[in-house]
Ligand binder design. Structure first.
Ligand code: R1P
Length: 274
């Protein structure tokens, strides 16, 4: 476990502030293959993760390892083109370190996105799913260890981990833009293996609609820090055992590329309404 101190958070934030004068209101984390949104940032300042003090490095295809500060539809934002996963060898607190830095930069709302396998058999690859809630089955929690009460409470409330208000806004925008939007529960696992068919049956029985290997740590830290969260999954494939075909990250990337216009249309319209 890495103990992340206020000093480390401040050092990272100060480095970013030294590159850009923008005070971001919204933070965005772009999942596998969903980095296309970064192309729409106005007057972007791009910072490589490797240059930011204490930031981990992105090692997964489809995660560029680049932080952008600028504005989206006129709203000041900080955007992560690529995230960190525990299967890369990082502890949960490190995967969520950027959320702490976002808070220090002034962020009050977070939009998390990910590529996820569809567990709900009424879903289809290419669907977008509003995350209504999550089940953390990683066996890890980024808040393990001493609690710094200046950062947040020892026992954070998770009863509305994904803000109902922001979900209502997303649903309203999706209907105005005629973008079909599923809604469901995201199950976070450790990875990096995809699930077995038996595991998918179990996850469906537990109430999961989509499954992935990210997001839950980021959302836990965001809620600890008092940041409101909106989450959108791109159903990149049907989970194991539903279709008679093997799963691959290649397919995940292909699907996220195919839905890019729909994803962009939805997210770009949601941002000014958040
Ligand atoms: C597997 O194909 C990868 O895609 C998803 C899974 O979590 C895993 O990392 O990536 P994101 O959750 O980062 O979108």
């Amino acid at each position: 476990m890495t103990i992340l101190t206020q000093d480390m958070i401040k050092e990272a934030a100060q480095y970013i502030q030294s590159k850009s004068p923008v005070t971001p209101q919204i933070g965005l984390i772009l999942g596998s293959g969903l980095g296309v949104l970064a192309e729409h940032i106005e007057e972007p300042i791009s910072i490589a993760y490797q240059d930011i003090p204490h930031f981990p490095q992105s090692t997964v295809e489809g995660h560029a390892g680049e932080l952008l500060v600028g504005s989206l539809q006129g709203v000041p934002v900080v955007l992560m083109k690529g995230r960190f996963h525990m299967y890369e060898g990082y502890g949960p607190e490190l995967t969520a370190f950027p959320v702490r830095v976002m808070k220090e930069l002034g962020v009050s709302k977070l939009l998390v996105t990910n590529a996820a396998g569809g567990i709900n058999t009424s879903f289809a690859p290419g669907d977008l799913m509003l995350i209504s809630d999550h089940i953390n089955l990683t066996g890890k929690n980024p808040l393990i260890g001493p609690n710094d009460s200046e950062m947040g409470p020892r026992f954070p409330d998770m009863s509305q981990a994904y803000s109902r208000k922001l979900r209502d806004t997303a649903k309203k925008v999706a209907s105005e833009k005629n973008v079909p939007l599923q809604e469901g529960v995201y199950v976070g696992l450790l990875g990096p293996t995809y699930e077995t068919p038996a595991e998918i049956v179990m996850l469906r029985t537990l109430g999961g609609d989509a499954v992935g290997m990210s997001t839950v740590s980021e959302v836990i830290v965001a809620r600890h820090a008092g940041i409101e969260v909106l989450g959108i999954s791109c159903i990149s494939n049907m989970a194991s055992g539903i279709l008679d075909q093997p799963l691959s990250h290649h397919e995940v990337m292909e699907t996220t590329d195919r839905v890019r216009e729909k994803f962009l249309s939805l997210v770009l319209s949601i941002i000014p309404e958040m």
